[in-house]
Design a protein around this ligand. Structure first.
Ligand code: NAD
Ligand code: LMR
Length: 339
């Protein structure tokens, strides 16, 4: 799911782009949940990103050590550490981008929705603080279940009177990263050329790779298409089972979130033609107030939500099948936040 610039690794793209770009203003990025399995490698990748000037790390535990460690890397990004409610304001003040990987991960046998009871409250609290201390920041939510945590965030921001749908995104980049990897492996394609849009949501059958819109064009038999779609939908579970109780995807997620953050910062810096898939406030599908779609990123955040394009019969059926589940998960988040 990408424009012309999304096939290569995020960090390499950031460096080469930054060299050719006009002066970039100071960019403070806050990572909430920075000491966790995703937070640590994500923070490392952001410390290596020339578009970032300050990296504010926040966690309820262990973050001072992570920041001390990271701050010794001789890249220009200034690293600051904050812990506990009293220090959250410091992490958020002046942040232009807030990335949230705070929350518990799955164990084998769990669905992402099983995380709702813990993570819903965590996201609600953190987004309330962002609404207060950096109301204009772009917020990118990684914490699961994304299909519910993003609607929670939108309700919190609405209640605070600062909701801007262009500045709230659920991070579904990992689905695209996986789809690109699996399709390129299956067809022997050079990874840098492969781009598969993934739409819908971020859980089970709500993850819908649009293989018919892959670049370059690839053909699959019905059985191959079904198997590839299922592999992409179940890739998170594949990692959860392989980790056998030690959590879910962290390294690939950090890579994906770093790519998303970089694209967002490039958009903010005025770079044209920056596209990613993300779970956003959307009218792409009637009756679903949020939907993961290809979006264009610009100075205002999401500058455009692109339509779904032409779906084949398999994709149309998969879209119809996912909608009741997706809508229910969105509504669950909305109801929780309004309680
Ligand atoms: P983890 O347990 O390793 O780390 C979570 C971190 O959040 C911990 O350091 C914890 O102290 C911190 N935390 C908890 N409550 C907090 C609060 N109120 N404020 C700040 N920090 C807080 O978990 P992880 O593997 O990093 O996964 C984090 C979340 O990301 C999980 O919900 C997981 O399901 C989700 N995830 C999403 C995707 C995606 O594609 N969107 C991919 C992988 C994981
Ligand atoms: C993923 O897709 O890897 C994440 O959503 C984590 C999970 O629980 O599968």
């Amino acid at each position: 799911c990408a424009g012309r610039r999304l096939a290569a690794p995020a960090v390499r793209r950031a460096s080469s782009r930054a060299r050719t770009m006009p002066v970039v203003e100071a960019r403070k990025v806050a990572v909430l949940g920075a000491a966790g399995g995703i937070g640590q490698p994500l923070s490392l990748l952001l410390k290596m990103n020339k578009l970032v000037t300050e990296l504010a790390l926040y966690d309820i535990a262990n973050v001072k050590g992570v920041a001390a460690d990271l701050s010794h890397c001789n890249t220009p990004v200034k690293v600051t550490a904050y812990t506990g409610d009293a220090e959250l304001e410091g992490a958020l003040k002046g942040a232009e981008l807030v990335v949230i990987p705070a929350g518990v991960p799955r164990k084998p046998g769990m669905t992402r929705d099983d995380l709702f009871n813990i993570n819903a409250g965590i996201v609600k609290g953190l987004v309330s603080a962002a609404a207060k201390h950096c109301p204009n920041a772009i917020i990118e939510i990684i914490s699961n279940p994304v299909n519910s945590t993003v609607p929670i965030a939108s309700e919190v921001l609405k209640a605070a009177g600062v909701y801007n749908p262009k500045r709230l995104l659920g991070v579904t980049t990992l689905d695209v990263v996986r789809a690109n990897t699996f399709v390129s492996e299956a067809r022997g394609l050079d990874l840098k050329d492969v781009d598969v849009p993934v739409v819908g949501g971020h859980a089970g059958i709500t993850i819908l790779p649009l293989l018919s819109q892959a670049t370059p064009s690839v053909t699959f038999s019905d059985a191959e298409r079904e198997a590839m779609t299922k592999r992409i939908q179940e890739a998170g579970t594949e990692v959860v089972e392989a980790k056998a109780g030690a959590g879910s995807a962290t390294l690939s997620m950090a890579y994906a979130a770093a790519r998303m953050a970089e694209s967002t910062l490039l958009g903010l810096a005025g770079e044209p033609s920056v596209f990613e898939c993300a779970f956003v406030d959307s009218q792409a599908v009637p009756g679903s107030p949020f939907f993961a779609s290809k979006v264009q990123l610009g100075p205002e955040g999401v500058s455009q939500v692109l339509g779904l394009g032409t779906l084949n019969d398999f994709e149309k059926a998969a879209l119809d099948a996912m909608l009741p589940e997706l809508k229910a998960q969105i509504q669950k988040g909305i109801d929780f936040a309004r309680k």
